[in-house]
Design a protein around this ligand. Sequence first.
Ligand code: SF4
Length: 112
Amino acid sequence: MTSSSAQWSEGAACRSSHREDLFADAARQNRAKTVCSGCPVRIACLAEALDNRIEFGVWGGMTERERRALLRRRPHVTSWRQVLESARSAHEQSRASSPAPASTASPARHTG
Ligand code: SF4
């Protein structure tokens, strides 16, 4: 763990779970990743692993294998933290500017 990770890791969802599963075999890692889906520090965790080329374990919902594949696809990224934060901001802005979904409920019918 690096010094910057000490700050965000206080809010980690895996603090109270079986952390050893994050560094286990592939099957256990895939099960352990489910904890990450609701983790409030997921982006910081993933950015930490990608920016520091951490080679082992599940970080930010990705196994080491998945991170290696991502790093191969995007070799020129110098700050994953910046990329991930930008993506989150864009996603939040698009959600905020989208109209509310139309109701799918059928109109009430009066039969009698
Ligand atoms: S994203 Fe996953 S591995 Fe990272 S702190 Fe959260 S629960 Fe732990």
